[in-house]
Design a protein around this ligand. Structure first.
Ligand code: SF4
Ligand code: SF4
Length: 434
C-alpha cells in the first residue's frame, strides 16, 4: 500500500510507524486467532449477512493478509473494516484472547494512511472529529445552533424534506437541554458526611452538552457517598471516536492531554470516575496510544457504576416504583467486562422492578458514529433489540453510554414506544436525594 505524503504530514504517521503497525502489531496479534469460529454467532454483522468476511474470523484473516502483504486488492478489507461495529462481542466470545478492538483500530489507521486523498464523507468525519468534537468552544457553538434549529421547529421540517440520510441524522438528535443543564462541573465538591476518599471526575466532550444531567447526578451521588470530587479543568475528549475511525495520531494527542490533566494527581485519588462506557474503555486502554506513560492513569479509571458497586456505599435509597430494563453498552460489557455491577445497583433501589429482556448484550448499532456512517446496517442491528425491549414492556430503559441512549431513544420513538431512557446513576441520584 503506497502512502500519500500529504496525508503523512496530515496525520503525522511516519512510514516506519506504519510498517511497525502492520508487521509487529497487526501480524503478531492476528496469529492468536486459531480460526475456531466460536466468535461467529456473537457477531451482529455476521448474523445480519451470513458472510464469512463480515465475521470476526474473516476480518482477522483479511487483516493478516494485509500485514503479510498478501492482499493484492484491499477494497474488501476496507469495506469490512468500516462495516464492523467495533462492538468487541467477539473478544468476549474468543477463547484465544484475540485483541480484536486494537487490531481493528490499527487496520483502520493503516487504511486511512494508505488512501490517496480522502473522500468527501471521510473529510466531513475528520473535520467533525478533529475540529469540533474535541474543542469545547466550537462544540458548544454547534449545540447552540442546533438548539435554535429545534426551537424554531426546523429540525422537524428538515426531517421531512432533507434526503433520507440527513433526515435520519436529525432524528437521532436529542432535545438539546437548556443552557443551565449544559454547564461544566465545578472544580471541587466536598464530601457529605463521613469522608471516604477523593476521586476525579472525567467529564467527556459530548457528555456535558447532551448529558450534563448524568455528570451532575454522578457528582452528587459520589459526594453523598462520602467522596470529595475534583474535576481537573485541563481535561479533554478521550479520543475514542478518533481512534475508532483510524485517526490514531490525533487520538494520541488527546490522550497526552488527559495524561497531563489526571496523571500528576492520580496518586492522590481513589479513582478517575467516568460516566460514559466508550470513554472509560478508551481511558483504560490509554497505554495502547501513549505507551507506559499511561499506565497509572489507566489503572485508576473506573466506570462510575463499577466504582460504586466496589465501594459498597451506603446511600439510604428511597423507593422508585417503576419497571425497568437495563441494556448493556458493548464498551462496558465486552471491552471492560462489567455486567453485574449496574444490575446490582439498580436492584438495590427499593420497589424498582428490574426485568430482563432477551437481547441485552448485543450491540444496539450506535457504535460511536456508526449509525451515521452505516445507517442501514445500524438499523438492522438495532431491530432485534427493539423487539426485545418492546416485548419486555419497561417504563424505563437504562444504559450507561450516551451513544446507546440516543440510539435506543430514536429507535423506540420510531416504534411509538414510550419509555424514558436514563443512565443508572440518574436513578441512584433520584433515590438518594435528601
Ligand atoms: S467487533 Fe462486533 S461487529 Fe466487529 S467483528 Fe467483532 S463482533 Fe463483529
Ligand atoms: S473465536 Fe477467536 S480464535 Fe476463534 S475464530 Fe474467532 S477470533 Fe479466531
Amino acid at each position: 500500500m503506497a502512502a500519500d505524503p500529504e496525508r503523512v504530514g496530515d496525520t503525522r504517521v511516519e512510514k516506519a510507524s506504519l510498517a511497525s503497525l502492520l508487521e509487529k502489531t497487526l501480524y503478531s496479534e492476528s496469529l492468536d486467532c486459531v480460526h475456531c469460529g466460536l466468535c461467529l454467532t456473537s457477531c451482529p454483522t455476521y448474523r445480519a449477512t451470513g458472510r464469512e468476511t463480515a465475521s470476526p474470523r474473516g476480518r482477522v484473516y483479511l487483516m493478516r493478509g494485509l500485514a503479510e502483504g498478501r492482499l493484492e486488492e484491499t477494497e474488501l478489507l476496507e469495506e469490512e473494516a468500516f462495516a464492523c461495529l467495533g462492538c468487541r462481542a467477539c473478544e468476549t466470545a474468543c477463547p484465544s484472547g484475540v485483541r480484536y478492538g486494537e487490531m481493528l483500530e490499527n487496520t483502520r489507521a493503516a487504511i486511512r494512511f494508505s488512501r490517496r486523498g480522502l473522500n468527501f464523507a471521510t473529510r466531513i468525519e475528520r473535520l467533525a472529529l478533529r475540529q469540533i468534537v474535541p474543542r469545547a468552544g466550537r462544540l458548544r457553538l454547534m449545540v447552540v445552533l442546533l438548539s435554535l434549529l429545534q426551537a424554531l421547529g426546523l429540525d422537524h421540517l428538515g426531517a421531512r424534506i432533507l434526503p433520507r440520510r440527513l433526515a435520519d441524522m436529525l432524528k437521532l438528535l436529542p432535545t438539546i437541554p437548556p443552557m443551565a443543564k449544559r454547564r461544566r462541573m465545578p472544580p471541587h465538591t466536598s464530601a457529605i458526611g463521613e469522608r471516604k476518599g477523593r476521586v476525579a471526575l472525567f467529564e467527556g466532550c459530548v457528555m456535558p452538552e447532551f448529558f450534563g444531567r448524568v455528570n451532575e447526578a454522578t457528582r452528587l451521588v459520589l459526594s453523598r457517598a462520602g467522596y470529595e470530587v475534583i474535576v481537573p479543568q485541563s481535561q479533554g475528549c478521550c479520543g475514542a471516536l478518533q481512534a475508532h475511525s483510524g485517526d490514531l495520531a490525533f487520538a494520541r494527542n488527546l490522550a497526552e492531554r488527559n495524561l497531563g490533566a489526571f496523571g500528576g494527581e492520580v496518586g492522590e485519588l481513589d479513582a478517575i470516575i467516568v460516566t460514559s462506557a466508550g470513554c472509560s474503555a478508551a481511558l483504560r486502554e490509554i497505554e495502547n496510544w501513549v505507551g507506559e506513560a499511561g499506565a497509572s492513569v489507566a489503572a485508576g479509571v473506573r466506570d462510575v457504576l463499577e466504582f460504586l458497586d466496589e465501594a459498597d456505599v451506603e446511600l439510604g435509597l428511597r423507593p422508585i416504583a417503576k419497571r425497568i430494563c437495563y441494556d448493556d453498552p458493548c464498551h462496558l460489557i465486552h471491552a471492560q467486562g462489567i455486567a453485574d455491577a449496574p444490575r446490582r445497583l439498580l436492584e438495590a433501589i427499593p420497589d424498582l422492578e428490574l426485568v430482563a429482556h432477551r437481547n441485552p448484550e448485543s450491540c444496539c448499532g450506535a457504535a460511536g458514529i456508526y449509525n451515521l456512517t452505516q445507517p442501514e446496517m445500524s438499523k438492522r442491528v438495532l431491530s432485534p433489540k427493539l423487539d426485545a425491549l418492546v416485548d419486555a414492556n419497561p417504563e424505563i430503559v437504562a444504559t450507561a453510554n450516551p451513544g446507546c441512549a440516543l440510539q435506543l431513544a430514536a429507535g423506540l420513538a420510531e416504534r411509538g414506544f414510550a419509555a424514558s431512557i436514563v443512565h443508572p446513576i440518574e436513578l441512584l441520584e433520584e433515590a438518594s436525594r435528601p
